[in-house]
Design a protein around this ligand. Structure first.
Ligand code: THU
Length: 137
């Protein structure tokens, strides 16, 4: 799976975005270490707060199906009807990724289906708090 192929999965997932309030459609594609892809889109709510970002949709789908090892996530977003563009994950999604992904090696791919920039999770969420911190490790 190339980075651009993973981004293509994210763009496909954007088509299912439910975003009547922001009109901003986001897609994500999460790659497991054994090559499976879990996609997600943002799902909004008329009471706003319950809105779920595309990244968390993909993560929760994967976790709820027993996955635990993740290599990368591709994300892109834009107003509905336009082609997906660079879309930086929100802080909440970065922290959720931190729960399940190794910060130094997990890659976050941002850009378009024509080109991506690869960041590590540690670059996007430096000096982070994670599961081991609760145990004093
Ligand atoms: N959104 C995502 O799905 N992922 C992000 O990383 C940024 C924001 C969604 C949430 C909301 O439905 C819309 O984009 C506008 O904020």
């Amino acid at each position: 799976m190339t980075d651009l192929e993973l981004m293509q999965f994210a763009e496909e997932a954007r088509k299912f975005s439910y975003c009547p309030y922001s009109n901003f459609a986001v897609g994500a594609a999460l790659l497991t270490c054994d090559g499976k892809v879990y996609t997600g889109c943002n799902v909004e709510s008329s009471s706003y707060t319950p809105t779920n970002c595309a990244e968390r949709t993909a993560v929760f789908k994967a976790i709820s199906e027993g996955e635990s090892n993740f290599a990368a996530i591709a994300v892109l977003g834009a107003p509905k009807g336009e082609k997906g563009k660079f879309c930086a994950p929100c802080g909440v999604c970065r922290q959720v990724l931190r729960e399940f992904c190794e910060p130094e090696t997990f890659r976050v791919l941002l850009g378009t289906t024509d080109g991506v920039t690869s960041y590590t999770l540690a670059e996007l969420l430096p000096t982070s708090f994670g599961p081991a911190d609760l145990k004093g490790e």
